[in-house]
Design a protein around this ligand. Structure first.
Ligand SMILES: [Zn+2]
Length: 245
């Protein structure tokens, strides 16, 4: 435990001296808040059985365009859901109240950091609460999508309303990527919190960080990486609330 306590003390010192923290929230933080990873092996067969297709087929612009009824059946049942943020998000919100946060970067689309009280959030995959008619740009609430019969249609022009999220097979919009790069390049501390996905493109974006406080917190071990200055091998929900005391 000596090492653990030393790491916490070290984090406290570093956090005390910083005011441009950028935190990247990974999928461990999302699952710690109770959300199911729809691309994980655990739910693969359930999804196949229930919809006759895989998550990657259903959660795609192709499905939205060619089989909107199927897309919205899956979207309403599996994607839209409300859970409570885990402790790590509340720690970030507290740091933000203290004026220490530059940006919180997340691939989550459920607005979890905002539910914990964070506002400096970059959601580069979008957000389920923003829905728009792709033709006339009229905005719709999540309730409109939830309550629609089969497919939500625009009341003005009858087009199929589109959740403003990046679907599988689509690229992240340029402006979202630019915001992420700007935030990372201006960070004094760069936290990678529960980031475990091997192909998570955000990890590549860390090349824009030029500081010497790149800090990984995650419960699974990682390959040695010379760019990582501190690695704390534990759950974000345990480490971060301690580190801000
Ligand atoms: Zn419209």
């Amino acid at each position: 435990m000596g090492n653990w306590n030393e790491s916490i003390e070290q984090l406290r010192r570093i956090i005390r001296d910083s005011n441009r923290i950028v935190a990247i929230c990974g999928s461990d933080m999302v699952s710690a808040s109770g959300y199911t990873d729809l691309e994980s092996d655990e739910v693969f067969y359930d999804i196949e059985l229930k919809y006759g297709a895989s998550t990657s087929e259903l959660y795609s612009s192709r499905c939205y365009n060619t089989r909107p009824e199927k897309f919205f059946e899956f979207y309403r049942n599996e994607v839209i859901c409300e859970k409570q943020p885990s402790a790590g998000y509340y720690a970030l919100a507290e740091l933000e109240r203290r004026g220490k946060i530059r940006s919180i970067i997340t691939k989550d689309i459920h607005g979890i950091p905002q539910k914990a009280g964070c506002s400096r959030v970059l959601e580069y995959y979008g957000n389920i609460y923003h829905n728009e008619c792709p033709k006339c740009r009229r905005q719709y609430s999540i309730d409109y999508v939830k309550q629609s019969d089969k497919v939500p249609r625009c009341e003005t022009c009858n087009s199929v309303v589109r959740p403003k999220i990046v679907l599988l097979g689509e690229s992240v919009p340029n402006h979202a990527m630019t915001e992420v790069v700007n935030a990372i390049s201006e960070a004094d501390i760069l936290f990678l919190l529960g980031v475990t996905d091997p192909f998570y493109e955000i990890e590549k974006m860390t090349q824009y960080y030029s500081g010497d406080k790149m800090i990984y917190i995650r419960k699974t071990m990682m390959e040695p990486n010379e760019r990582v200055n501190i690695f704390v091998n534990d759950e974000v929900d345990k480490v971060l609330p301690e580190a801000i005391i």
